[in-house]
Structures are given as structure tokens and as C-alpha cells.
Design a protein around this ligand. Sequence first.
Ligand SMILES: Nc1ncnc2c1ncn2[C@@H]1O[C@H](COP(=O)(O)OP(=O)(O)OP(=O)(O)O)[C@@H](O)[C@H]1O
Ligand SMILES: [Mg+2]
Length: 369
Amino acid sequence: MANIRLVNLSKSYTTGTKAVENVSLEIGDREFMVLVGPSGCGKSTILRMIAGLEETSTGDIWINDRKVNDVPAKDRNIAMVFQNYALYPHMSVYENMAFGLKLRGYPKPEIVKRVHEAADILSIKQYLERRPRELSGGERQRVALGRAIVRKPLVFLFDEPLSNLDAKMRVQMRTEIHKLRMKLQTTFVYVTHDQTEAMTMGDRIVVMNKGLVQQCADPMTIYDKPANKFVASFIGSPPINFMEGRVVRPAQARKYFFDEGNFQVKIIDEMVPKMAPYEGKKVHMGIRAEDIYDKLFASEASPENTVKAICEVVEPLGSEVYLYLNSGKHSFIARVGAHDRPEVNRDMDLVFDMSKVHFFDCETQETII
Ligand SMILES: Nc1ncnc2c1ncn2[C@@H]1O[C@H](COP(=O)(O)OP(=O)(O)OP(=O)(O)O)[C@@H](O)[C@H]1O
Ligand SMILES: [Mg+2]
């Protein structure tokens, strides 16, 4: 068993880059933790510090009750799988998987046993005698996983292990890793910049940007209650729609509206306590594509949640349809039912589910509600 604790972890490179800033995280025993964020946000640096391949600038790394800052990589009992599987081309699959154990002086019968066990788990028994070049990308990636599994490490660190695979293979390997995780019952830290991988695989997700943790929570909390505008924009496909507008309250009314300029929608009563202080001020509203409906098919349309926009493009995807809309001020996307085909370049009425919207402070970018 292994839990990992990062305490105020920072890393600055000699170039002056602050790759990681004051990251504190607790990763539980057998947890599958995903680090996600755009390129350069410090994901690999965190992983490499946990593995011991990179020194920390400040802060501590604990594995169980042992502070490992000064423990060399080879003594941390951690296995890392990289994006470029880095298999030895001149060795067979078996030799690739056995190599690390040989180096560590394991007795031969134990090596044979472990390699066969791992090959069994990964369904690559039939390839043991092949060279890496005689395998597909997905099969190679499995060998790379096998090389990590045979070591029976305390922790698996995965750095974008699927990004070299084509889209179909990625989906397949995603489920493979899911199954693997069930079988191995070990702690995983998994790095990706793919938000779908993060959402589907993680027990919890850490969203990072520019070396800083933006939010750490389970996938649905990240999706439904993003901590700030960055998290809202990074998670979700198609990306959440943002609109800038003002919070207004018509004279003598007790109602508040979000005034985009070309339309007004009513802020629901439950949100008023948080939104009232913003009266007269600019805010950003975020609404996801699935929370926008064609009025023809909406059950709860009213003038206070209906918006006029021009439908510029209709994109049928089979199971659903994306509408690319324009309010005159903002472009946004709605995700509607498979058979909805509004006319293009015409005004249409759209209903916003105002119970699902998010508001963000324009200055701090933090979520208001
Ligand atoms: N050895 C190094 N020397 C100097 N700067 C580095 C070094 N390694 C990484 N960096 C910088 O640190 C920052 C974080 O890099 P890191 O590799 O951790 O990003 P990442 O989140 O893994 O990105 P990607 O998704 O592209 O792999 C980047 O700005 C990068 O340029
Ligand atoms: Mg990286």
C-alpha cells in the first residue's frame, strides 16, 4: 500500500522557469489520481519529482510515512511509464520486461513467473518472443506497462502513456488501464492533457495551470462546480460557452438579470444572494452546450430564459447535433437532440437552463456561483 503526500512542493529550473509552485496534495492508497492541464503547466515535473528523477526546489515528498526527498529513484519502489515507451529495440518482449528485474538481481524463476503473470494480465503472452518493431503501437504500450508491472511497485506513475496512439486505440487502452488498475490495486498518478481521459479515469483530478493547482476534486465536482474560469474552460467538450455581461436589476423589481447587451436572462432566486453584490458590475457567465435547448423542444421556456441567436452552422454527429450560434455579441455552441435541424442563417429561440449556469468574477476569474 502507498499514499503520497506532496507538501508545498515547488520547482524552479536554472533557466528561471517556475515549473511547479507550492503544490500540496494527498494521494490516497490505491487512488487513481489524474494530473491534467495544458502543455507546460508542470505535470511531468511533478511526476519526475515523485519518481526521484528531478530534485525538488522546496517542499517535501512523502510516501507512506517516509520522506523521500533524499531517497534515490531506484530505492523509491516506483515505476514510471512514459509517452514514448522507450522499449529496447534489439530485445524481445520477454527480455524487455525481464530486464529491470535482471538488473536488480532477481532469481530467474521469479523473473519468469513475474513476466508471465504480467503478460497474462495484459494479454500479450503470444508476443513474448517478438521484437518491439513487430508490434502495433498499442501492443508496444502494453509491453511498456508490463515492464512496470513486473516490478510490483508501490506506485505507478504514468506520463501521457496513450498520447502516441490513434484515437481508437486510446479509447481501448483507456479501458485496459482501468481494468489493470482493478487487478493491481495500487496507487496511480496519471498525467494527461486530455480532459476526457482525466474525466473517465480519475478517482480525483488535479487541474493545473502555470505550475499552480487550480482545483483538486472528483470528476463530477470539477465538471459541475469548477473553482474558476480556467477549470470551467479546460474541462468539458465542446468547451463551455462564456459570455460577458452585466448584472442588472430593473427599477423596483426584486429580480436580477444577466444582461449580455443583446439579450437578458433572469438569474435564478437561489443564485441571488451571491450575485446581488455584483449589481451593475461586469461578470462572465458560463453555460455548457448541453444546457442550451432549441425552444421548439424545451419544456420550460419563458421570456426570462429565452435568447435569440442566429444559427450559423448545424453539425450533426449522429447521436447529437451541435449548433454554432451567434447572439450578435457572442458565438456559442448548443448540443441538441439528434433530429433537431434548425435552418441556418435564421434567427432561432434558445432556452438557457439558468439553474446550470456559472458566474465568474471578471477580475479574479474565480467562480462566484
Ligand atoms: N529540464 C528543464 N529545464 C528547464 N526548464 C524545464 C525543464 N523541464 C521542463 N521545463 C519547463 O518547466 C515547465 C513545466 O514543464 P513540464 O514538462 O512539467 O510540463 P508538462 O505539464 O508536463 O507539459 P507537457 O504537457 O507539454 O508535457 C515548462 O515551462 C518547461 O519548459
Ligand atoms: Mg509532460
